[in-house]
Design a protein around this ligand. Sequence first.
Ligand SMILES: [Fe+2]
Length: 327
Amino acid sequence: MDGERPTALHTGLSRTVELAELGPTLSAESETETKAPEIFRQLLQQAIRVSEQANAQALRMATDFAAVYAREQHLAKDFEAKLEELALLERQATRYAEDLATLLRLERERRLELERALGAEQNTNVELRRTGLQGVSHIVMAVSLKDMTTGQHLLRVRKYVESIAAKLGLPPATVEEFGYSSVLHDVGKIQTPDDILGAPHELSTDQFDVMKQHCIDGEAMLGDAKFFATGRAVAREHHERWDGTGYPDRKQGREISLAARIVAVADVYDALTSKRPYKEAWSAERGLASIEAGSGKQFDPGVVVAFVSLYREGAIEHIRTEVGDQP
Ligand SMILES: [Fe+2]
């Protein structure tokens, strides 16, 4: 019987009891023996699962860490880039500020230089103007010596011209310029033969052709100085007509300088209302009527309107009587 497994059939009640007590033990041992590999396998599997879970957890953590690290690295790079950008902006701002300061300094220096140059130019202009006006006086004196009637004629023309220019709203400097330029209108007559200048009758066609030359001679005599620019235009164009039938270039309308258009009215009115070797002086009314009749033909209509307005105010007659014909 040793080595045989006891059973309830082979033993009594107590044995059965024993069997009954021993039964589970014998059974557990038997199951243990039977299930040990399974348990071990299960434990092993469990251990493997735990290990796998741990590995997965570790991997996740590592991945998360890597992601966080990468993000932080990225943020760090962004931060560094921003810092570099800020540093660049700061350097640029500094450079702009320096450039601006340099520009301001240069601008200030340039302004001072311009002010100095302007002051010097103003002095030069004053000197040039003084010299120019002396030149005008000398020229007028020379013309006056040649033709005794010319001195008063020039003075009246100048006053008429200045009044018309002011009536047209021109600035004072231009009024003055037109005035001193107007006295140069017949400067070319210095070269006109005396017999034609003093002819006691109306000129023949040939004589008139010679007389016409005074416009071209006058412009040439006044050279190329800027001071005489308006004077040259007046000398050349004061016998041109608004309708283009004048001389020497048959200019018309606004092709003729404004100064010359004004001088044309003033010169003709004074010639008509003054005594000449070949005619008596016309009355002021007759002279005015002739000027009005020439509006749009011989004369600029706008200049005629200004002249008529001055006439109605009494300004023209005042000048005419103020500057007599006696030397
Ligand atoms: Fe003339």
